[in-house]
Design a protein around this ligand. Structure first.
Ligand code: ZN
Length: 377
């Protein structure tokens, strides 16, 4: 329902849940999990015996990670804070199973596995204790175009050979000054050709090679145009001594309005080529469908086609039956008309038609039949 104002993060949760429900039982039943679900654990370590809690090996699935904005310069700092050690002391002491008593402990969230598409929601809407209402945090938040999560993820998570290198693929921007209203705009990377697009309701705009509408990273002339509203490129310091020194490539973007970020695992990035792929009327490359998904869609289309064919056949049969009855009635009328023209007696207006089966039932129920067959005839 497009009239309902919805929170972007809440909407994503609803959409993914709905997709999971819809795909249940289909060959793509695990699609949402496969693309968006990661796992984390909370590790609690006793500071006396250094034993980890039993529940430390439990994993919890997640479809997005919530990052604090207040007091964090950007994604890396906020993620580090999310995964930082928390001391359980005083009233928060932990009951160690081995020590059999309450002890000081360290609690830490650990990422066990990362999905091909990693969603971050930025906690821009926070409850203000002074006004007792939700307010929007307008703090600037930086996030990189390329993100390596190697330092953040559990070593075992990399055991399956999946790379920890990610690239920014979607930025959801909340325009508006309050938490209760506003407008969402999405900046999305077309995976097949590396071009960013802005989706603003029915208005779709080509941004170029960067999400803020700047120039390609190979030049240093990126200029903030109309398309850059809400996002600002961050120049890499020229003196940081790495290979990019002096070239001022925008490797980070900052925003006061970015609300959700989606990063795509680098190994999931298909090789980009301009040849062979389909394009839309305005020249945008149409991304190739995942093979399994394409098969699922094709099968669904085929099933739909078969349903339509069966429906059309049924309509044809019913139409033929109606036509057959109509001509039967017409022939009765014309026979009556002929006989009355010959002076035979009944005017068509005096006739009443009724269903033969209903007439039979009425005759049976009335006992009329028995009377007719009675002895006195
Ligand atoms: Zn202990």
């Amino acid at each position: 329902d497009s009239r309902v104002q919805q929170d972007g993060s809440e909407f994503l949760k609803l959409l993914l849940t709905l997709l999971e429900t819809e795909l249940a039982g289909s060959p793509q039943a695990a699609l949402v999990q496969r693309l968006y679900r990661g796992q984390y654990s909370f590790i609690t370590t006793c500071q006396v015996c250094h034993q980890q809690s039993d529940s430390s090996s439990n994993t919890t699935p997640f479809y997005e990670l919530e990052l604090g904005v207040t007091g964090c310069a950007g994604l890396s700092a906020s993620l580090a804070k999310l995964l930082s050690e928390e001391m359980l002391v005083d009233d928060n002491q932990y009951l160690c199973g081995k020590c059999k008593k309450k002890v000081d402990a360290v609690r830490q969230m650990k990422l066990r596995s990362l999905p091909p598409y990693l969603c971050f929601s930025l906690m821009r809407f926070v409850f203000d204790m002074k006004t007792l209402s939700k307010v929007k945090v307008h703090d600037k938040f930086k996030f990189p175009l390329q993100l390596d999560l190697g330092g953040f993820v559990d070593e075992e998570a990399c055991a399956d050979g999946a790379t920890t290198a990610y690239e920014l693929s979607t930025v959801l921007i909340h325009r508006g000054s309050t938490a209760s209203a506003g407008h969402y705009v999405a900046r999305v990377l077309n995976e097949s050709d590396g071009v960013w697009w802005e989706f603003n309701d029915e208005e779709v705009k080509r941004l170029g090679d960067l999400p803020h509408g700047g120039a390609p990273p190979t030049t240093s002339t990126s200029k903030a145009g109309e398309g850059s509203k809400g996002l600002t490129p961050q120049k890499r310091a020229a003196s940081n001594g790495d290979q990019g020194a002096g070239r001022e490539e925008p490797t980070e973007v900052s925003s006061k309005d970015a609300y959700m970020l989606v990063y795509r695992r680098a190994s999931a990035v298909a090789s980009r080529s301009d040849g062979g792929g389909r394009t839309t009327s305005n020249g945008a490359a149409v991304p190739q469908l995942d093979e399994e998904l394409a098969e699922y869609v094709n099968n669904a289309l085929k099933a739909q086609e078969q349903k339509e064919t069966a429906y059309n056949e049924m309509v044809g049969e019913i139409s033929a039956e109606i036509e057959r009855r109509r001509s039967a009635v017409r022939s009765v009328f014309s026979a009556i008309a002929e006989s009355s023209a010959e002076g035979g007696g009944v005017e068509p207006e005096e006739l009443r038609f009724c269903d033969v089966q209903q007439l039979g039932e009425w005759v049976d129920a009335s006992g009329f039949d028995a009377e007719l067959n009675g002895d006195d005839g």
